[in-house]
Write a protein that binds this ligand. Structure first.
Ligand SMILES: [Zn+2]
Length: 433
């Protein structure tokens, strides 16, 4: 297949409350992610980036995960279901995110479409950022030339290419950052990374895509070992990315860290990265989602990382139900159709986005939640592994459907991505080849 584009541009944005601003950019010698459908998406709710030409025609579209962090996702130890934590002062959030788009000569304009909160879904996403490209006219990015941050809390030691399947220009690259490891503990970081990598490699569809993936370890040494823990405020380890347990409610151990610094370190050290992740040196289970997925060295935490890849690497939606404490989410979804590949609001066969994957000719495998005020019961076993329409997804009990009964985007108790998520992952990773 002939490739349309060979080079990418990485655009780095900063948001403060609801204002998004381009702060820097750089040209990357790398095959960019493929385009998503550029027709019939105007009614959708979700997040995407579009490039358009001088006539205003869309030439490229990339569905992304909501980059604005108003809450954090984590998984309780033991029950494997996702829960979400509101971040205090969500109205005044700020942070960074990056988007890798093709360097298309005819593209003169970039827009980001989004909706800021999950209860904003009753209207289609709107243009939250509009930018004349003319990149030649923009100031050159000097950030990548800046010296790596040498902090009181630690320093960058170097990069290790742990999984080497070829040139980073043509592969899908993971940058894995270390947090809370002292100089002498970097070998532990490598061991923990290998543990994560072997789990990822065993997860469908990564098993068959493995020769398209590179993994770079960004070895950052901290002065102290471990993670800050609110239960022991007296020992406050000095670590590079300032990771800390946010709370200790039952088994819901949310780990937060300086994601903006992590993105910067990833950009500076692995310019061709597709996805940045961070391993935190603690044996306790925990982690969180976000632009950079964060997970601990506990063996089960690797699955948090794999689920978060579905969001930050492939723009997939959660397929689980969640009765929000504020009552705003959960129950029935009555919003616009969604942009994500793995959830649907219409189950009409012809309009179902994964209809082509349904093998049954007469009726589609279908499972409805009989009580919208409660969680969808487990579908009968004869429906396992079948593509159809299963009610309960995207933090709602009904009104929105997932393609299969089980998927790692629904529960960490499952060991693989479903067929629809797998195809999405394959499409993006294969484009690098
Ligand atoms: Zn999730």
């Amino acid at each position: 297949m002939k490739r349309a584009w060979h080079k990418s541009t990485r655009l780095n944005f900063e948001y403060r409350d609801r204002d998004i601003e381009l702060v820097s950019w750089s040209r990357i010698k790398k095959i960019p992610p493929p385009s998503d459908a550029i027709e019939d998406y105007e009614d959708e709710s979700g997040w995407w980036v579009i490039l358009s030409d001088e006539q205003g025609d869309v030439v490229y579209r990339q569905i992304i995960h909501n980059p604005i962090r108003v809450d954090k996702e984590l998984f309780s130890y033991g029950n494997e279901e996702g829960v979400r934590w509101e971040i205090p002062d969500a109205a005044e959030q700020h942070g960074d995110f990056s988007v890798l788009v093709p360097d298309i000569p005819v593209a003169t304009h970039l827009s980001i479409y989004g909706s800021f909160e999950e209860d904003d879904v009753s209207v289609p996403s709107w243009e939250v950022l509009s930018l004349e490209l003319g990149l030649e006219n923009l100031e050159l990015d000097t950030e990548t030339m800046a010296a790596p941050r040498d902090l009181e809390e630690g320093r960058l030691i170097g990069i290790t290419k742990l999984v080497d399947n070829g040139s980073s220009t043509e592969k899908w690259n993971i940058a894995l950052l270390s947090e809370g490891y002292r100089d002498s503990e970097i070998p532990d970081f490598h061991g923990h990374s290998e543990g994560f990598i072997s789990k990822l490699k065993a997860t469908h569809p990564f098993t068959e895509l493995w020769n398209l993936v590179n993994v770079y370890l960004v070895n950052v040494a901290s002065i102290d070992s471990g993670i800050a823990d609110p239960r022991n405020p007296q020992d406050n380890p000095r670590t590079y990315f300032d990771a800390r347990f946010y709370n200790f409610a039952s088994n819901d151990r949310l780990i937060v860290a300086n994601q903006d610094l992590a993105l910067l370190v990833a950009r500076q050290n692995v310019p061709e990265y597709n996805l940045a992740m961070m391993i935190v040196n603690t044996e306790l289970y925990g982690g969180s989602g976000g632009t950079v997925a964060v997970f601990s060295a506990h063996p089960q935490s690797a699955k948090i990382g794999i689920h978060e890849m579905g969001h930050s690497g492939f723009g997939l939606a959660d397929e689980y139900e969640y009765a929000g404490s504020n009552g705003l989410i959960g129950k029935r979804y009555a919003g616009q159709p969604r942009s994500e590949a793995n959830i649907a609001t219409s189950i009409e066969r012809a309009r179902l986005k994964w209809g082509h994957l349904i093998v049954e000719e007469d009726e589609i495998p279908f499972f409805r939640n009989p009580n919208c005020n409660d969680f969808s019961p487990k579908p009968p076993s004869h429906l396992a592994g079948k593509v159809g329409a299963f009610e309960g997804a995207f933090h709602h009990h009904c009104g929105v459907y997932r393609p299969e009964a089980f998927c790692i985007m629904r529960s960490l108790g499952h060991n693989s991505f479903c067929k629809v998520c797998g195809n999405r992952i394959r499409k993006i990773i294969s484009s690098n080849f």
